[in-house]
Ligand binder design. Structure first.
Ligand code: CU
Length: 294
């Protein structure tokens, strides 16, 4: 492979990696695209900051690696046995030692400051407009809207045919999903019923564990309408890979209409979750059986 070819392959890889996120944006459905290797198009300010921070770190990593590599190549050529038959016996160089101690410290500080800023931004929940409670179950999610009569519903993955019929991506579509208004701060309260799950939506930059007996909190403020997908991100059992997350971000009017609908539709859902799962015909056969068994 000629040098030119190597450079063009590496450049293509980097460009695809850094900018592939924009591909998913085109179709208005915010999930990963086939062959995508970069981030999804960010839908929140936090995710935008995460992507920016990641790119900054990547550039730093590349620069440090190139610097070390070039030093090594220089040493291999300049100081091999043939080119340098009588090696120097120097053992210390104070100036050099000061530099190789302080330089990494400076690099780490340059990384740490924006990193802590970002962590703080993710962690501290701003004044929220709507609260949604998420409960992880083996292997589906239950959502509650405590601001509106506390209605609740389960969100179970659709099988392949149903997902295709509904126009949702395979393994990501669910029978019910949460709906939230655009440009509003949503506070998510996350917990679990059985084992640890993790509620994660990449386009929002949100990933938080649902731990039984504990309430975790996170937040997002989606800037664009659309359907966003995520998946449980904590190994939680055999169907861990089959409890997707679907969030629909809509306009304020559509949200109010949905709330009206949901209040009636899910009003009776305050009772036994497992019974409802057992009755859910969208559920794969083996899960229905387990639902009844419990
Ligand atoms: Cu899970």
């Amino acid at each position: 492979m000629s040098l030119n070819k190597i450079v063009s392959v590496v450049t293509t890889f980097l460009v695809t990696f850094l900018f592939s996120g924009t591909i998913a944006f085109a179709n208005g459905i915010y999930s990963a695209e086939p062959e995508q290797i970069g981030f999804m198009e960010p839908a929140t300010e936090v995710m935008r900051d995460i992507v920016e921070f990641h790119h900054g770190l990547l550039i730093m990593c590349i620069l440090v690696s190139l610097f070390v590599l070039s030093l090594m190549i220089y040493i291999f050529i300049k100081f091999n046995a043939k080119a340098n038959p009588t090696p120097s016996t120097t053992t210390h160089h104070t100036g050099l030692e000061v530099v190789w101690t302080t330089l990494p410290i400076i690099i780490l500080l340059v990384i740490a400051i924006p990193s802590f800023k970002l962590l703080y931004k993710e962690d501290v929940i701003p004044e929220s407009d709507i609260t949604v409670k998420v409960i992880g179950n083996q292997w589906y999610w239950t959502y509650e809207y405590p601001d509106y009569d506390d209605f609740s519903f389960d969100s179970v993955m659709l099988n392949e045919e149903d997902a295709a019929a509904a126009g949702y991506p395979r393994l990501l579509g669910t029978d019910n999903h949460i709906v939230v208004p655009v440009n509003k701060t949503i506070r998510m309260i996350v917990t679990a019923n059985d084992v640890i799950h993790s509620w994660a939506v990449p386009a929002f930059g949100v990933k938080i564990d649902g731990v039984p007996g504990k309430l975790n909190e996170t937040w997002f403020n989606a800037e664009r309408e659309g359907i966003y997908y995520g998946q449980c991100s904590e190994l939680c059992g055999k169907d861990h890979g089959f409890m997707p997350i679907m969030v629909e971000v809509v306009s304020e009017e559509k949200y109010n209409a949905w709330i009206e609908m949901a209040r009636e539709e899910y009003a009776s859902n305050k009772t036994d979750n497992l019974t409802r799962v057992a009755l859910n015909d969208a559920l794969p056969a083996h899960q229905v059986k387990e639902g009844i068994a419990k």
